[in-house]
Write a protein that binds this ligand. Structure first.
Ligand code: ZN
Length: 161
């Protein structure tokens, strides 16, 4: 078959102090996501989706927390490297679909900027990238605003077909 699908999931804790880096965009709110890198859960979930589609390991294997070079790293760079890795194996990204689960902030005003930033890293047009925002209806740790979760799916195709 000439196409494959991969899924990725990520979550990070919200802490005081902005801006919030999400989907390659800096959102001007007084909150941010903690993590060894810039904490961009959207970019991380998408990186795992891309790698998973090609069965090419995962983000934790390629960019370990123990590696000082990954501290504060721009997560879009990790996504670009994942795309490069699958490209070496004869795959390119076809499209990506992302669901962000966050009680706040509202993501709608930033959605198009995220699509453009992620599309650039994925090597596709912005209309091949979907971002959907959901709340958790006030339930659990997401509902209490303790963190943000993200689920991403990516489709990849053979470069030689
Ligand atoms: Zn992460």
């Amino acid at each position: 078959m000439g196409t494959r699908c991969g899924i990725g999931y990520d979550s990070h804790r919200l802490v005081p102090g902005g801006p919030l880096r999400l989907g390659g965009v800096s959102i001007p709110v007084p909150l941010s996501l903690t993590g060894h890198s810039d904490g961009d859960a959207v970019a991380h979930a998408l990186t795992d989706a891309v790698l998973g589609a090609a069965a090419a390991d995962d983000i934790g294997t390629l960019f370990p927390d123990s590696e000082p070079a990954n501290r504060g790293r721009d997560s879009l760079d990790m996504l670009r490297q994942a795309v490069s890795r699958i490209s070496d194996r004869g795959w390119l990204v076809v499209n990506a679909d992302v669901t962000v689960i966050a009680e706040h902030p509202r993501l709608a005003p930033y959605r198009d900027a995220m699509r453009a930033a992620l599309a650039g890293a994925l090597g596709v047009d912005a209309d091949a990238v979907s971002i959907k925002g959901k709340t958790n209806e006030g339930m659990g740790w997401i509902g209490r605003g303790e963190g943000i979760a993200c689920i991403a799916v990516a489709t990849i195709g053979r470069t030689d077909t």
